[in-house]
Design a protein around this ligand. Structure first.
Ligand code: 4AD
Ligand code: MG
Length: 443
């Protein structure tokens, strides 16, 4: 009872003293008089030894993985070669499995439900259980650290956080991926991006950002598309396109530094992605037109299986091939207006293209999309007309161009894609808690 309660990752300084820990059984193996358990609690792992009578109780003999336990004992150092987490062991002198704490065994055991042979769809139905796996829990812990790092880096750079609505009546990135829903007696949509709202905040708050959900009714099943994803968006006032690119580079690199400054998180990232290296600055910059030439030279065809030509969308497969070959972050800039959203500012020198940027990462491709915004009223109205969008529901957006417009720009970064790159995950579905995508809305 006098034992200090510690988490399983704590207690480097309490060697030799009695401690009390709580955790779940991650692994277990028994020898005649001895049982070795690895406990986990989200903060770390600890090897526990049950000896003598403690290894022979009914609870010990019927112990199942994932059961919760309370254990008292003494922490002792063990040699490196023993492979005990943090090179130590808890020698139990007492433990309890409180009523209800024991995990189901037999056919219903977690190890029967979730194994290497379990079908992919079943694993996704059991996400609430697969979350407990080592990889999933590391990715989620890294995600927490990355989100925190974005907040702290934005604070360093003096951006203010706002929280725009998710229920909207306008679109940002094209009608094809809008989720509609009945809203009292009107129609509303789930937001695709908070960009337009962020733009309205500039006059009152200066540079702003938000970390909100965006929704896209994507009908394709790819490894980088979700129906609901976490969108990190920022908008900067009185800037040029070059400022936007250097800000973006600064944010991404500072976020990585802040994230890696936590030793546990750094270790998890290296466990998940042993080859991880900080990106080299400055990032490679490549114009869309040069990318088209590059794709032609490298015989990477477009979606019609023909050589790429100016004006083509660079589809996911081609984009990823290019990024994997170049194998470093790329700022792909100056996309043609026709293949980009209505609000993007045209380049003064070459009006065929816009001041736009996608940031591409090896293994994933596009993780950021951004641009300078049209800041002149007439030009914006012409863009609405060209895209055949009725501007009436955008009155609050077009008003910005009437009451003190400014050169400004911003971007959106998909958190799950950033994590897929950082943690080297095959799909963004493994980089969020409960993925939502075409055909899946559970658990
Ligand atoms: O390129 P997108 O569509 O750009 C915008 O929405 C801008 N309005 C953002 C802005 O300027 N404020 O989306 C931005 C990023 C993409 O680069 C990608 O990382 C992510 O959002 N994204 C998705 N992530 C997962 N699933 C999807 N279906 C995504 N669609 C976009
Ligand atoms: Mg995009």
């Amino acid at each position: 009872t006098d034992a200090q309660k510690i988490t399983l990752g704590d207690g480097a300084d309490v060697q030799g003293t009695r401690v009390r820990v709580f955790g779940r059984v991650h692994r277990m193996r028994g020898q005649k008089e001895l049982m070795f358990l690895t406990l986990k609690d989200g903060y770390g792992f600890m090897q526990v030894v049950l000896q003598g009578q403690l290894a022979k109780t009914h609870d010990a003999l019927t112990l199942t993985r994932e059961s919760s336990m309370e254990i008292l004992g003494e922490l002792r150092r063990v040699p490196e070669g023993a492979h005990a987490p943090n090179n130590r062991e808890l020698h139990a002198d007492y433990y309890t499995i409180h009523p209800g704490w024991k995990a189901a065994g037999g056919d219903d055991a977690i190890t029967n439900k979730v194994s290497k042979d379990t079908e992919h769809a079943t694993l996704l139905d059991l996400r609430h259980l697969t979350l407990r796996g080592e990889t999933a829990s590391k990715v989620l812990i890294v995600r927490d650290a990355v989100e925190f790092a974005f907040n702290s880096v934005y604070k360093e750079l003096r951006l203010r956080k706002v929280s725009p609505p998710a229920l909207v009546q306008t679109m940002v990135e094209g009608g094809a991926t809008l989720f509609g829903l009945p809203y009292y007696n009107e129609e509303a949509f789930l937001t695709q991006s908070s960009q337009l709202y962020l733009e309205t905040c500039l006059p009152s708050m200066g540079d702003v950002y938000c970390i909100e959900k965006s929704f896209r009714a994507e009908k394709s099943l790819t490894r980088r598309h979700l129906a609901e994803y976490t969108h990190i968006e920022a908008e900067l006032d009185f800037i040029h396109f070059d400022d936007l690119l250097s800000h973006l580079e600064e944010v991404m690199c500072r976020v990585l530094e802040v994230t890696m400054s936590d030793p546990t998180v750094k270790q998890y990232i290296l466990d998940l992605n042993p080859e991880f290296q900080m990106p080299e600055r400055p990032f490679k910059r490549m114009k869309y037109s040069d990318a088209i030439d590059w794709l032609v030279e490298n015989n990477i065809p477009n979606e019609d299986n023909e050589p790429h030509k100016f004006g083509d969308d660079i589809a996911e497969a081609a984009e990823r091939k290019m990024t994997d070959i170049i194998n470093r972050p790329i700022f792909l800039t100056h996309f043609p207006a026709e293949i980009k959203a209505f609000y993007m500012l045209k380049d003064k020198e070459d009006p065929r293209v816009t001041e736009s940027v996608d940031c591409l990462m090896p293994g994933v491709g596009e993780i950021v999309g951004g641009s300078m915004r049209i800041d002149q009223h007439e030009e914006l109205m012409a863009a609405f007309a060209r895209e055949e969008i009725d501007p009436s529901s955008y009155y609050w957006y077009t008003d910005q161009r009437k009451y003190g417009s400014s050169p400004h720009g911003g971007y959106g970064l998909g958190l799950e894609r950033f994590l897929a790159w950082l943690c080297k995950q095959h799909t963004v579905r493994d980089c969020c808690l409960y993925p939502r995508y075409f055909g899946r809305c559970k658990p």
